[in-house]
Every structure is written in C-alpha cells, then in structure tokens.
Design a protein around this ligand. Structure first.
Ligand SMILES: N[C@@H](CCC(=O)N[C@@H](CS)C(=O)NCC(=O)O)C(=O)O
Length: 312
C-alpha cells in the first residue's frame, strides 16, 4: 500500500486506529500593539475552496466585506505528495509567485518539518505566515480586522462569547473533526465510534434548531459558520467518501433547511464550489478511494426556500 504519510495527517495521541489531527503550527495574532497590526492591504489568505477549515475564513471575509483589505489566492484542489500547489489558471499565487504552498511554510520556518495545510494567513510586511489555524483566523477577521471591513457584522458578540466558544467546542470533535475521524479510521471499532458520536451530536443540533433559526437565535454567528462548512459538504462527500452513513443531511428536518438558509445568506453561495469539493476529496485520498472516481453530485436543491425566517 502506498504511504499514507502525505495523505492522512497524524498527530500525537493514542495509536488505536483513530485519526489524530496534528495541531496547527503558526499561532501568532494580529493585535493593535503589534508586531502584526491590523492594516488594509497587509495580509493575504491562501485557501483551498474544497477545504472546510479554509472555507470558514472565506465566508467571514465575504460577510465582513474584507475583500479589498485582505487579498486571497486559491490552491489547486488536488493535493498530492508535494501537498497544495499553484498549478496555473485559477490556481496561481500573484503575491509571491509560489509554485507550492510549502514555500510559504519554509519561508516562515526554514528548519521546520511541516504539514502544509490551508488556510494560511500571510503577512506581506514580514514575508511570513502569521497563523494557519482556521478558528483563530476566523476570529481575527471578525474582531481585530473589523475596522478594515466595508460592512462589518458581529460574528462574535462579547455578551455571548463564552456560549459561542462552548458550543463550537462541543461540536468540533464529533462533527467538524468527526467526519475525518470516520473517514480516516484505521479499524472498524474506531470508525464506528466516530460515526456514533457524529450522529449523536447532529441529532442534538437538529433538535436545537427546531426552535431557533440559527444556533443562537436569529443572528448568524461564528458557530454557525463553523458548523455550516461541514454540513454543506455532508451529502456530497462525507456521507459517501467518509462512510458517514447513518443519515443524510437532507433527511434532517431542521439541519437541512438551516444549511440552506446559510447557503442562501448574502455572500455565502459564492464561496461554495461543489465541483472543487468533490474533486478534492475523491481525488486526494487514495487509501480511501484508490481509483479516484468522483461520486456524482446528489440531487439536492440548495436553493429551495428554507422557510426558517419565522423562528427566533
Ligand atoms: N486545524 C487546522 C486544519 C486545517 C487542515 O487540516 N486543512 C486540510 C485541508 S481541508 C489540509 O490542508 N491538510 C493537509 C495536510 O494536513 O497535510 C485548521 O482548522 O486550520
């Protein structure tokens, strides 16, 4: 069997066949007292449209109106041994002219051996990565970078901060990471545990959304973005490729219209590219899908009216 080294990341943790995600390497913050200060035109995002973690940052950039202040470029959805690459056409790096995203990592830490992951927040001024952890980049976009935004929206209101953190944390392992734990499990037991935990949490969230338009009432907040980027990929990819087989998203009475509600939110639809999402997953994990055949897009009407406006 080909080495899974480049394909499936491996972090510290029990060696019991379960997937352990390695922690993100770069964790600096933009702050008003520096050295990374909030300045329009200074920062750049490297993302993959396929990636649910990178997708969080793409959505926040749109919702806040940060497109002019923070530039963006896209890697090719197919990741191989050399990791993410700029292969030409729509996948170029106009900023540094990198051919591979690894060059950004090496420029930031020449001695390090890194998993090369997206998203990456790059600082033009120091020519290095500030941060490559999506939850932290998302937070910076909606807080310290808000003064640069054309139409800032509050995604992390102070009065709900601890509730938002607690809820996002509660579904990170079973849902956001859980679909990967199902797909990358190395034995039956680890797989079944991941699937059970995933659907238990989805059932719980579905119940919460029966009486609430978004996770915290009628305002779309950071937790919604973090849940959405997993949900929107669910039936096209996770249900099939990662064997998250208990139910389809489209069978959930509340999660499915909730997902459509966010999809139809101004600015969001343009960040979703099902073609790239499907090409990436089905084409990047040869141990999961050796022939790289891409499952046909399920018939899902993401534009159907969600009918959730009446909920508080
Ligand atoms: N914890 C990271 C995870 C990012 C991540 O794993 N991104 C995937 C793409 S969906 C990646 O680039 N994987 C490549 C690798 O780990 O080698 C975050 O939230 O930013």
């Amino acid at each position: 069997m080909a080495s899974t080294n480049w394909e499936i990341p491996k972090g510290p943790g029990k060696d019991d066949g379960s997937f352990n995600r390695p922690p993100s390497r770069f964790r600096e913050w933009i702050t008003t007292d520096g050295p990374y200060t909030p300045e329009a035109g200074r920062y750049h995002l490297y993302v993959a449209r396929a990636c649910p973690w990178a997708h969080r940052t793409m959505i926040a950039r749109e919702l806040m109106g940060l497109q002019d202040a923070i530039s963006i470029s896209y890697v090719d959805p197919i990741r191989d041994k050399r990791s993410w690459a700029f292969t030409g056409g729509a996948y170029v790096d106009p900023l540094n002219g990198f051919e591979f995203l690894e060059q950004a990592y090496l420029a930031s830490d020449p001695d390090g051996r890194h998993r090369v992951s997206v998203p990456v927040l790059w600082d033009r001024k120091h020519g290095r990565i500030v941060n490559n952890e999506s939850s932290e980049i998302l937070r910076m976009l909606s807080t310290v970078l808000a003064p640069l935004a054309k139409h800032p929206v509050e995604l992390y209101p102070a009065e709900r901060a601890s509730e938002i953190d607690a809820l996002s944390e509660s579904f990170y392992e079973p849902v956001n990471n859980g679909v990967y734990k199902a797909g990358f499990a190395q034995n039956q037991r680890a797989y079944e545990r991941a699937v059970r935990e995933l659907f238990a949490k989805l059932d719980e969230l579905d119940a919460r959304l029966a009486i609430s338009r978004f996770l915290f009432g009628d305002r779309l907040l950071e937790s919604d973005i973090r849940l959405f980027t997993t949900l929107v990929r669910f039936d096209a990819v996770y249900q099939i490729h990662f064997k998250c087989s208990v139910r389809k998203l489209a069978e959930y009475p509340n999660l499915w219209p909730y997902c459509r509600d966010i999809y139809q939110w101004p600015g969001v639809k343009g960040t979703v590219d099902f073609e790239e999402i499907r090409r990436h997953y089905y084409g990047t994990h040869p141990t999961v899908n050796p022939l790289g055949i891409v499952a046909v897009m399920p018939e899902l009407d993401f534009d159907a009216p969600p009918g959730r406006e009446h909920l508080g």
